[in-house]
Write a protein that binds this ligand. Structure first.
Ligand code: FAD
Length: 286
């Protein structure tokens, strides 16, 4: 009761939604239906991923431009530096700036198989972008540590370097324990990191896909989540959606009560769960 009451009274929630470029005509339809459904919630922005090493940067750019044109919502491209030269990155950034884009999610990207070092990390990309134009820059943060980092402190100092290079917002990797995020936020503040650290919320709609994701990102999937989804693999999708929404709502309520006001949703190009969670948070059309 107390938790629901305190959520009902919260004002000033800001949300953002993340999408990925569709690969088939069916996925394309799903994406645009979701963009149309979520745009009236007036998110701070909608971002579009770019698969590092995919060579399909144009598709990210096309989706970004169309979101901007059709919805008026600020559209934000993700940009990775692992697979491009500095000159290419400068040219891409200039092109984005000239087409009215003011925010970029700046990432290193995953290293290709067999490579374990690179001469450009996300912090270097932030500096490069800031040299091209005065972008607002978001970066990635890892409450459970990035898989390659030798320890949590090393990874936190990396986040600090990204802030010092000019980033103003960090979007977190997804997580399932609100405490994990809150402790990370406190450690970042104690380390003097002046970034808005926004929780990345992944409403789970497909448990098997989640297990794959969690495996290569080192995200801990708690036992209670296994038990909740156990036996539902062949059940109606609606059952999994209801559970996924319920789990994400519990997390978001705890975070909101602890003072978090910004939320980033990994929509996976679907709108249903994110829409319901936003409604619960008081984020509504009109
Ligand atoms: P960095 O911040 O550069 O860190 C990478 C690793 O290197 C960390 O372990 C860090 O501690 C370490 N490190 C940093 N600097 C140094 C140094 N000087 N020497 C040694 N080690 C160092 N991937 C995509 O391909 N496309 C996307 O659109 C995309 N979007 C994402 C959005 C979010 C919100 C998140 C959380 C991740 C996203 N990713 C995306 C995944 C991301 O590209 C990978 O996690 C990648 O492996 C690391 O990117 P980064 O920007 O965090 O890298």
């Amino acid at each position: 009761d107390a938790l629901n009451q305190s959520i009902a009274d919260i004002k000033g929630i800001n949300v953002s939604f993340e999408f990925f470029p569709p690969k088939t005509p069916d996925m394309e339809k799903t994406l645009w239906k979701s963009v149309e459904r979520l745009a009236p919630l007036k998110p701070a922005y909608m971002s579009v991923t770019y698969g590092a090493n995919s060579g399909e940067r144009d598709r990210t750019h096309d989706v970004v431009k169309r979101i901007h044109k059709e919805t008026g919502v600020a559209a934000v491209p993700h940009l990775t530096c692992v697979d491009a030269s500095k000159d290419e990155l400068r040219a891409i950034a200039k092109d984005y700036w000239d087409s009215g884009i003011r925010r970029i999610v700046a990432l290193r990207g995953d290293l290709p198989q067999g490579v374990d070092k690179t001469d450009m990390y996300a912090a270097d990309l932030v500096s490069l972008l800031k040299d091209v134009a005065d972008f607002d820059i978001s970066v990635a943060a890892y409450p459970e540590k990035h898989p390659e980092a030798p320890n949590a402190q090393f990874d936190l100092l990396n986040l600090k370097r990204k802030a010092e290079a000019g980033a103003t917002q960090a979007i977190s990797q997804f997580f399932f324990d609100a405490e994990v995020f809150l402790r990370f936020r406190d450690r970042a503040a104690a380390a003097g990191i002046e970034l808005d650290i926004v929780p990345g919320i992944l409403p789970v709609t497909n448990y098997q896909t989640l297990l794959r994701f969690a495996g290569f990102t080192n995200v801990h999937v708690p036992n209670w989540l296994h038990r909740l989804f156990d036996g539902l693999d062949k059940d109606d999708q609606t059952t999994r959606n209801l559970l996924g929404a319920s789990i994400a709502m519990d997390t978001v309520k705890v975070l909101a009560k602890e003072g978090i006001r910004d939320f980033h949703f990994y929509t996976l190009n679907r709108s249903e769960l994110s829409y319901a969670i936003c409604h619960m948070l008081g984020v509504r059309a009109n």
